[in-house]
Design a protein around this ligand. Structure first.
Ligand code: AMP
Length: 467
């Protein structure tokens, strides 16, 4: 028998709302944790991102807080502002009729705005330790009615040196609260903290649906001598057509310039690095998560704030300096049972690094040639063919048949079909390479021309992003 959300004790209205979000059955951590949390037990959950842990602690909170009481009743502490925003958004999406009110508080955003929102009443607050302490000391946040406290990614709090702040918050919280810790790993410090602040907690451990390295296909393209990497990247993007990708670069300047060039070529892409303001970063993350932007060009340091890890592609425009970073980067793709693609651009001088990567990941890296113009054209036409096949079986087809009948009295059907295909092709293939895609040149040495370039790419002497 498969478990249902209803059997875990959630209300019928919530269960049907979850259905509408595509949550048909609970994940393992949800099945284990939700009944305990609804019964009021303290809990230590060992689970990583991707296991559904956010909903595991959020759903019981949403079920239990009193929306008619304007006081803060639940506090979720997260190590980063990005995670605070992400948890807040997830919670809001699980609500019924927009209740209860969930507010994210974090540094980098004007405190008076958060104070004003708190004055107007919020039942659940999600925030970073520093900002929570700040709001507590200003008297804007009161823990008087707080009945639930969640510590999310406790191990990250430890890594980032926030444990003392967390302790300060925990010691100000009412004693009769329910406390929940989630952590990917259980360091001794976390256990100690749990012993101090949790009362006879239940422990729930879920093995993350870890991407075994096999689920990440590693591909490497050697940039031909005399070519810039941007020139090499263009046909790769064209042939791979990544649905969602993080493109890693070494410096902020490369991030800006590459982004501008890709945008000029018509791609849905934006940049994420240390030169951007907090609000610019937040806006981008929201658009990336909502798939309004398909690709993000980021530096290693900045990318740590991007809690998105079910990407179809990770692209190493520049290889990282340390191999561990390579493993960390490519771990963003191929999660939760899906196959991901990790692409690296290497210069002929960097080819030796591929051996190191193979040793470290214990998986082969496939060397692939930069696709030719003819190969790209063939791929584009193949894509078009499969789109036509899909359209033929779609329900909307019937509404276009009268147009075919009308045109049929003037032209023969082949001509009409070819004209329609041409229009579809022009919509899907960027203008800058359309004419070339149709050229009959099949010479393999005939590589695509570079994308429009506004400025030369940055040289190697620029400043590397620092923490
Ligand atoms: P998390 O581990 O909380 O970051 O969640 C990972 C992803 O799984 C998020 O995109 C959730 O929206 C999704 N998710 C969580 N629970 C379920 C569920 N029961 N069914 C389907 N998707 C889920």
């Amino acid at each position: 028998m498969t478990l249902s959300f209803a059997s875990l004790g959630l209300s019928a209205a919530r269960v049907s709302h979850l259905e509408s979000l595509g949550y048909h059955e609970p994940t393992a951590i949800q099945a284990e944790a939700i009944p305990h949390l609804l019964s009021g037990r303290d809990l230590i959950g060992q689970a990583q991102t991707g296991t559904g842990k956010t909903a595991a602690f959020s759903l019981p909170l949403l079920e239990q807080v009193d929306s008619n009481n304007p006081q803060v009743q639940a506090l979720v502490i997260t190590p980063t502002r990005e995670l605070a925003i992400q948890v807040c958004q997830a919670m809001r999406s699980y609500r019924l009729q927009g209740r209860p009110k969930v507010l994210a508080v974090y540094g980098g955003q004007a405190i008076d705005r958060q104070q004003e929102q708190l004055r107007r009443g919020s039942q659940i607050v999600v925030g970073t330790p520093g900002r929570i302490l700040d709001l507590l000391s200003r008297g804007s946040l009161s823990l008087k009615d707080m009945a639930w406290l969640v510590l999310d990614e406790a191990d990250e709090m430890l890594n980032m040196g926030f444990i003392q702040d967390v302790e300060k918050i925990l010691s100000q919280a009412p004693a009769n609260r329910q406390t929940v810790f989630f952590s990917a790993t259980m360091a001794p410090e976390i256990r100690e903290l749990a012993t101090k602040f949790l009362q006879t907690p239940v422990s729930v451990t879920i093995q993350a649906p870890k991407a075994s390295p096999k689920q990440i296909q590693q591909i490497s393209y050697v940039v031909p001598r005399g070519w810039t990497k941007v020139r090499a990247l263009q046909p790769i993007l064209e042939i791979e057509d990544p649905e969602s990708a993080l493109i890693f670069v070494r410096t902020r300047r490369t991030a800006s310039e590459l982004t501008r060039q890709l945008q000029a070529a018509g791609y849905s892409v934006d940049e994420y690095h240390g030169d951007l303001s907090q609000s610019q970063r937040e806006r981008l993350l929201i658009r990336f998560r909502q798939q309004q932007v398909r690709w993000v060009v980021a530096t290693d340091i900045a990318a740590r704030g991007i809690h998105v890890d079910d990407l179809t592609h990770v692209i190493n425009f520049d290889l990282p300096d340390a191999i561990e970073n390579y493993v960390h980067r490519i771990g963003r793709t191929g999660r939760a049972g899906k196959t991901g693609v990790a692409i690296s651009l290497v210069t002929p001088l960097e080819k030796y690094k591929l051996k190191q990567i193979e040793r470290q990941t214990k998986q082969p890296v496939t060397l692939v040639k930069i696709p030719t113009r003819a190969e790209i054209a063939a791929r584009n036409l193949e894509r078009l063919r499969s789109q036509v096949r899909e359209a033929i079986t779609s329900e909307r087809l019937a509404s276009f048949l009268p147009i075919v009948s009308q045109l049929g009295s003037e032209y023969d059907l082949h001509t009409i079909a070819a004209a329609a295909l041409q229009m579809a092709y022009d919509h899907t293939v960027p203008a800058w390479q359309r004419s070339e895609a149709y050229s009959q040149n099949t010479d393999d040495s005939d590589r695509p021309t570079p994308m429009p370039r506004k400025k030369p790419m940055a040289d190697r002497t620029e400043i590397i992003e620092s923490p």
